[in-house]
Ligand binder design. Structure first.
Ligand code: NAD
Ligand code: ZN
Length: 241
């Protein structure tokens, strides 16, 4: 731990890549752990364009339920450390797979939400963005408030492509990152793993935080086994308030 703390004080450009695991201690279930089910459905069966095409009402009900869970959740000590990092490191970026908005609620501003945000919807016809707030929807499925067409969650579903412009900006930051944290991601979604690998091949020192080994563990420089809400505050202790 002391060696790692020293490394933190010596580097200036840092990226943090987060997945569902960092929000687990805030009470938001991960997709692949216990609680990854809703009714009889697995998350992977609902977070797809095919599921939405087949049954938009069902998919919207699931998102309405999950948005309610996210609205009640609060950032945990791991999010708080990631917030402190933003003002400590001269160059800093959070790249999150999470759609729960907890990094923003913790105060982070330098952030790309590469899978979208559960509090936003967009029209399937005119691309109008709709802000959803914390309350349950009055009408399901949601309709666009501009043109009346079907609206969908502003989320990158399994099998869909990412926003190319956001990816470019992530990769250009990662090309010269000195340190990268990979926190609470299972490594089963390929884009985030490729981002971490890219940073590592460009010379970044990689620190993974997860209770379990993942495909990132194979190439990480340091694997800190444990819960993000416990490991990160220990690592950050004595570095900044
Ligand atoms: P995942 O559900 O596949 O895996 C979660 C990972 O977190 C696992 O490796 C697990 O070991 C680890 N983990 C569990 N508890 C932890 C803790 N306390 N501290 C640190 N790590 C912990 O998640 P994923 O790889 O992020 O992929 C699923 C996709 O589903 C994401 O890309 C995301 O878009 C979406 N998702 C988002 C949320 C959210 O916004 N909170 C929640 C579930 C799923
Ligand atoms: Zn519209």
């Amino acid at each position: 731990m002391e060696e790692l703390k020293k490394l933190l004080t010596q580097n200036k450009k840092v990226a943090v890549l987060t997945g569902a695991g960092i929000s687990h201690e805030s009470g938001i279930p991960t997709f692949r752990g216990a609680g990854g089910y809703w009714k009889q459905y697995k998350a992977e069966e609902l977070a797809t364009p095919e599921a939405f095409q087949r049954d938009p009402k069902l998919v919207w009900e699931w998102y309405d339920y999950r948005r309610g869970v996210c609205a009640k959740a609060k950032p945990n000590p791991a999010h708080e450390v990631v917030f402190k990092m933003e003002s400590y490191f001269p160059e800093f970026l959070v790249i999150t797979q999470n759609v729960d908005g907890l990094h923003r609620r913790a105060g982070n501003k330098k952030i790309f939400e590469i899978h979208g945000n559960i509090f936003t919807a967009r029209c399937t016809s005119c691309s109008n963005r709709i802000s959803l707030g914390d309350e349950p929807l009055k009408e399901i499925p949601l309709k666009c408030n501009v043109c009346g067409s079907l609206a969908r969650p502003h989320i990158v579903w399994f099998g869909e492509s990412y926003d190319g412009d956001i990816l470019d900006q992530c990769y250009s930051f990662l090309a010269t990152t000195e340190l990268i944290f990979v926190i609470g991601t299972s490594g089963q979604v390929s884009v985030p793993v490729n981002m971490a690998k890219y940073a590592a091949t460009k010379g970044a020192y990689c620190i993974e935080v997860n209770p379990e080994e993942t495909s990132v563990t194979d190439f990480t420089d340091t694997f800190l086994q444990g819960k993000a809400g416990e490991v990160l505050p220990q690592l950050w202790e004595g570095i900044s308030n």
